[in-house]
Design a protein around this ligand. Structure first.
Ligand code: EPZ
Length: 438
């Protein structure tokens, strides 16, 4: 099992480029099922989740070609309207094929995604919204069997703000007969990007970016003539800005969009960072002490839950007591236990955490539990004295393209190694040699 090794304590300096947004690329790749033809997408991040999505499309009968600068997907024919368990269990976002398959083929068989480390992650709102459009579902043997004999527009209000729930229902509504009004819809930038992509295929959607989407169904959609560029990844961007904050460095993230993460920039400024922005770049510098801060995660445009773990690491080094409240997922503090092993002082219940900042952290072997928790542990390793090993880094590969390369590019002493157990000193020396740090 691969792991990441970090020799911490270096103030990061320099510039790196954000990749395309994972949480926009996945729904947009799946949305190509709605329009027969050859689609071209650019700025698609090279992640394991991207690969999983392309292999799912392949199993449905839609081959893809990954080029240097773009990905082509041919959705002319659909052979199977199914997302099997072995794919869905690896990537929950596979459940997004429900809407498109029901809209295009009138039927779908999709494995129920299990819960995951951060919560039970139900899909009741997905099914409720699709049922409002006339879909019928039967749950059996861990699968959802769906039929859409007559997809028609509806006025539907989500009980909770759900990103992929909104996306699933939007992708069915665009081909429904008549008009749909979707209320209490998610407004995340990735939902906006999906809607913009659907409009490029000929969909008719009003209210994009608001919590009320008005969709006039059309008989069919067509592959766009021009390539579609995926929007920048705001969570990856925010993660690298936090790397500057925790190491007392000066990092500029290019190929990004400052308007996508205003709430995160506000908290970084509260923490004592100097944050400056341009049209497609953000610079974060921290020279003085980190100040404690408080935030509560909320649906967009509030503070994003996907940045909570990373800011908890920043709070571990602040001069005082910070307070974090997690309102989106019921179990998203698992990084706290691992941070404590590095010397952090964190006290939390299921939704609220109090972090008492310390002068520093100490390197240790720590275990990643989910995608963003892994990122928080890498940030802690960058700031810590001594060696940190982050295990189970397959979580990271799902959402961070070339993380080691990008961090090395701004001075981090970091590498990926295989997994041999050796005595402490030999391990330390050989690890540093193997990752080119000694
Ligand atoms: C999306 O997950 C993202 N994933 C998550 O990013 C992100 O954390 C989350 O939105 C919140 O922003 C993708 O876009 C692929 P939700 P999603 O449905 O859509 C409850 C990452 O790290 N809910 O918005 O699955 C749910 O339990 C990942 O990149 C229902 O009750 O999240 C949660 O409490 C992690 N019923 C809340 O809504 C439903 O039918 C928000 O979940 C659906 C959701």
């Amino acid at each position: 099992m691969e792991k990441i090794v970090i020799d911490g304590g270096v103030a990061l300096q320099g510039t790196l480029r954000a990749s395309g947004a994972k949480n926009a690329a996945l729904p947009i790749l799946i949305a190509t099922l709605l329009a027969p033809g050859e689609h071209r997408l650019t700025n698609v991040p090279a992640l394991t989740d991207t690969g999983s999505t392309l292999s799912l499309l392949g199993r449905i009968g839609c081959p893809s070609l990954v080029g240097r600068d773009s990905i082509r997907v041919d959705t002319s024919r659909i052979a199977f309207s199914e997302a099997p368990y072995d794919v869905v269990r690896k990537m929950r976002a596979s459940v997004l094929v429900l809407g498109p398959l029901l809209a295009r083929c009138g039927e779908a068989k999709v494995s129920l995604p299990g819960g995951c480390a951060i919560g039970t992650r139900p899909i009741d709102q997905h099914l409720k919204g699709l049922e409002a459009l006339g879909c019928e579902f039967e749950l059996s043997g861990g699968y959802v069997y769906g039929r859409a004999p007559d997809l028609r527009g509806a006025d539907f209000t989500f009980d909770v703000v759900t990103v992929t729930g909104t996306e699933n229902v939007v992708m069915a509504a665009v081909l429904a007969r008549g008009t749909s009004v979707l209320r209490n819809a998610a407004r995340e930038p990735e939902v906006v990007d999906l809607c913009n992509f659907l409009v490029s295929l000929g969909a008719r959607i009003e209210g994009i970016g608001t919590d009320t989407l008005v969709i006039e169904g059309v008989p069919r959609l067509w592959a766009a003539s021009r390539p579609y560029k995926i929007l920048p990844d705001r969570i990856e961007t925010g993660t690298y800005l936090c790397a500057a904050a925790v190491t007392g460095g000066d990092v500029t993230v290019e190929n990004t969009d400052p308007t996508l993460l205003g709430a995160v920039l506000d908290v970084l400024r509260d923490a004592g960072c100097e944050v400056t922005t341009g049209e497609d770049w953000i610079r974060c510098r921290r020279s003085g002490p980190l100040r404690p801060f408080t935030f509560t995660t909320q649906p967009h445009p509030g503070f994003p839950t996907d940045m909570q773990a990373q800011l908890m690491t920043v709070a571990c080094l602040a001069n005082g007591e910070s307070h974090i409240e997690e309102t989106i997922f019921e179990n998203r503090f698992m990084h706290a236990a691992e941070l404590r092993r590095m010397g952090a002082v964190i006290d939390h219940c299921s939704s609220k955490a109090t972090i008492t900042g310390q002068p520093g952290l100490t390197g240790a072997a720590v275990m990643a539990s989910d995608l963003r928790a892994s990122a928080a542990l890498v940030l802690a390793g960058l700031a810590a004295d001594g060696l940190t090993e982050v295990l189970r880094i397959y979580h990271l590969d799902r959402g961070y393209e070339n993380l080691v390369g990008k961090l090395r590019g701004v001075g981090a002493r970091i590498g990926r190694v295989g997994d041999e157990v050796r005595d402490e000193e030999v391990m330390r020396r050989s690890l540093l040699v193997e990752v080119g740090l000694a």
